[in-house]
Design a protein. Structure first.
Length: 268
């Protein structure tokens, strides 16, 4: 498959027959890119081409988002991980590299822990193990995101994702602030899934070499979660981006994409 600037699209089917819209672009070894909570595949629009020198990129709209089905739920990160495997099966991909950020990183943990034969190399960005061992965002962040005024909540989220200096030079639009077309039940389902994530006991079973990435100014998922993951996953390398917030992969794009590419190129 050649990189024409537009991904090819397909519809996979989950175990419960929910439609899963998936997108593939580029040539080379498959790299699955997993987006954050309540976001569709456009989360990766700014950076996915950075990997096409060596990889084809596969994204998909998690259930509840984009072109995928939007069942009532309940949703969970384990279920999202099973959906990833359904997409790989539909695309006849036996093994892939997996890069998940934010809630996508939680989903990636389950993919690697429950389906180790399907994951060659794993990248976890701005994420946490979940559960009682995780370092949670503080109450002021939760209040800011829960404001009744949607525009105020969106401004708060934008500030959590990017520094003011980066925003001044990159006026948008931004594709990491949520899928605007999600129905309310699906948005709530994603929130419940992310909040209910707890992979602590499973992390030691991850066999894939793993790269951990985080911004040191991330208040959405505090960077103290990175050493927790590093202590639980057997084969890890870590990097922290000074001054970066949650969307380090965009704000520190040149460095972050180069680090990920170099790590993936060390395979198998």
């Amino acid at each position: 498959m050649t990189d024409t600037g537009q991904p090819s699209t397909a519809i996979a089917r989950a175990q419960d027959s929910t439609a899963l819209a998936c997108q593939r672009m580029g040539d080379g070894y498959p790299l699955v890119l997993l987006a954050g909570q309540a976001n569709n595949h456009h989360w990766w629009d700014r950076v996915r081409a950075d990997f096409h020198a060596t990889h084809s990129t596969i994204t998909f709209d998690m259930r509840g988002t984009g072109g995928s089905g939007k069942p009532q739920g309940p949703y969970s990160t384990k279920q999202f991980a099973d959906d990833v495997v359904a997409v790989l099966d539909h695309l006849s991909i036996e093994r892939a590299d997996v890069y998940g950020t934010s809630m996508g990183g939680r989903v990636a943990q389950w993919v690697a822990a429950r389906h180790p034969a399907r994951v060659r190399r794993l990248v976890l960005g701005c994420t946490s193990p979940g559960g009682p061992h995780a370092v949670e965002r503080d109450a002021s962040v939760r209040r800011a995101l829960a404001q009744a005024d949607p525009e105020a909540a969106r401004r708060a989220l934008t500030d959590l994702m990017y520094t003011p200096a980066w925003l001044a030079d990159h006026p948008g639009p931004y594709t990491t602030l949520g899928d605007p077309d999600m129905p309310a039940h699906a948005r709530h389902g994603h929130l419940v899934a992310s909040n209910g994530h707890d992979a602590w006991d499973a992390l030691q079973g991850i066999t894939a070499p793993t790269l951990l990435l985080h911004g040191d100014q991330d208040r959405l998922t505090p960077p103290d979660n990175l050493p927790l993951l590093a202590a639980r996953i057997p084969r890890t390398t870590s990097h922290v981006f000074p001054g970066a917030r949650h969307a380090y992969f965009e704000e520190c794009r040149a460095e972050a994409s180069a680090l990920v590419s170099a790590f993936l190129d060390e395979g198998p």
